[in-house]
Design a protein around this ligand. Structure first.
Ligand code: BG6
Length: 470
């Protein structure tokens, strides 16, 4: 039996662009997601096109009252969601916020309060306003720091009495692979020299630190977290050259947490940049800003990868944006999308992060994207997603093991509590939810909600404070 501490924060997570829809309602401007009909992999369209499932999403914008009631029914202590930047500042560079957008999120907070659910708000979940991408070149431009700060200040001043936990950038390290998707930079990775890529990273790191200070100044008792795409990197073989290659690959991702938690660039990262001929523009003010370190580290965990020094073996497998060399020891445990399932990797990464940063951790995303095949019954649809229950059980068990190892883990929010549009592939068929949404890849479906078997299971997990986890 797993042991979770009293007060462990059980819940689920979503992102505005994957659930809300209503892409042009309530005064909202366009975000980069509105022109990415294939997710991160494909086209960038001039205008939103009807084949982009995110334009309607799961229509949460209109159905949030019923959706939040379902979260309440599961007994959620917390719910993590994002407030879409382009709902508050439609273009991103206005002086005044869009009051209709603020009113919408005030109503969402009302519903959460009604059900006794604490909100955790992500400020930026792959949702840069499109205008900031097109007119300014996205986060490659230093000007975005100020625009982001204004956005954050607006939310802190309006909602700071109701929201104490905030996350700055979702999976901040993803910008290294996906400059447009994660950084609003309208260039491909291949076309971006390391110099420009790391300057983009630097602007996001400074922005994250600046809003951390702002939250601490404006919101008594606030807790600010960074959010890292966690992907433990194992050596492909015990050969020392592979161990070194894995360590170096791991550091690429560690760098983000190091700056967030220590308040300065680690020497290995500065040295790597120097060797590559990169000279970052870091002002004295930036250095001062970076000293505002986060209160906790949140992470998404889906896959682990391997690394090798052998160029011939360095093939890139499927994974959560960053990818890596597939693990031969996990060959038989793929999801339908080629992601290798590795619950032990979560225990590994929780221990490694705690050892390194000594900040409380939050598993803010973990779950299984799978095809669900509903059965029609007299009472509606039945979805027997035992595979999802098994996946979550095993990852929660690994979380409990890490807690038992001495790691302070604040909570666990399932990705996702409800089916939504996938980020990387923009599909509905890659379902993550505990609640089924009747919508399909071709856009058809009633959008009705149905509780899956995992819904009832998670409800029991929460009410037993994890005693059901094996
Ligand atoms: C994380 C993102 O990368 O993984 C989410 O923060 C995303 O937005 C989740 O949905 C699962 O990935 P995907 O691409 O299968 O939706």
């Amino acid at each position: 039996m797993a042991n979770f501490p009293d007060g462990f924060l059980w819940g689920g997570a979503t992102a505005a662009n994957q659930i809300e829809g209503a892409y042009a309602e309530g005064g909202k401007g366009l975000s980069i997601q509105d022109v990415l009909p294939d997710g991160e992999r494909g086209r960038v369209t001039e205008e939103p096109t009807p084949d982009n499932l995110k334009l309607i999403g799961i229509d949460h914008y209109h159905r949030y009252v019923d959706d939040i009631a379902l979260l309440g029914e599961m007994g959620f202590a917390v719910y993590r969601f994002s407030m879409a930047w382009s709902r508050i500042f439609p273009n991103g560079d206005e002086d005044q916020p869009n009051e209709e957008g603020l009113a919408y999120y005030a109503r969402v907070l009302d519903e959460l309060e009604r059900h006794g659910i604490e909100p955790i708000v992500t400020l930026s979940h792959y949702e840069t306003p499109l205008h900031l991408a097109r007119a300014y070149g996205g986060w490659e431009n230093r000007a975005l720091i100020g625009f982001f700060e204004k956005f954050a200040r607006t939310l802190f001043e309006r909602f700071g009495d109701r929201v104490k936990r905030w996350l700055t950038f979702n999976e901040i390290n993803a910008v290294l692979e996906l400059p447009f998707f994660a950084g609003g930079v309208p260039r491909t990775r291949e076309d971006m020299p390391l110099q420009d890529l790391y300057q983009t990273v630097h602007h996001e790191l400074v922005a994250s630190a600046r809003v951390t200070r702002l939250a601490h100044d404006l919101i008594p008792g606030s807790q600010i977290g960074c959010m890292i795409l966690a992907m433990p990197t194992y050596p492909l073989t015990p050969a020392p050259a592979d161990v070194l290659a894995a360590q170096q690959a791991e550091r690429v991702n560690y760098g983000f947490g190091d700056v967030h938690c220590r308040g300065y660039y680690p020497s290995y990262l500065l040295r790597t940049l120097e060797r590559a001929g990169v000279t970052l523009e870091i002002t004295d003010q930036d250095r001062d800003d970076l000293l505002n370190t986060v209160d906790f580290v949140s992470l998404s965990y889906y896959v682990s990868v391997c690394e090798t020094a052998d160029e011939d073996l360095r093939i890139r497998g499927e994974g959560n944006f960053l990818g890596g060399v597939p693990n031969p020891a996990l060959a038989a445990t793929e999801t339908g999308w080629g992601w290798q399932v590795d619950p032990v990797g979560l225990r590994v990464v929780l221990n490694a992060y705690w050892d390194r940063w000594q900040k409380p951790l939050f598993v803010i995303e973990n779950g299984l994207g799978a095809v669900d095949v509903p059965e029609r019954t007299d009472d509606g649809l039945r979805i027997e997603d035992d595979y999802r229950i098994a996946y979550l059980n095993d990852h929660l068990s690994a979380t409990a093991d890490a807690i038992d190892d001495g790691v302070p883990v604040l909570g666990f929010t399932v990705w996702s509590c409800i089916d939504l549009v996938s980020a990387s592939t923009a599909q509905m068929s890659k379902r993550y939810g505990l609640i089924y949404v009747d919508r399909h890849d071709d856009g058809s479906g009633s959008l009705d909600r149905h509780r899956k078997k995992s819904f009832y299971w998670y409800k029991d997990v929460i009410s037993s404070n994890g005693a059901l986890i094996r």
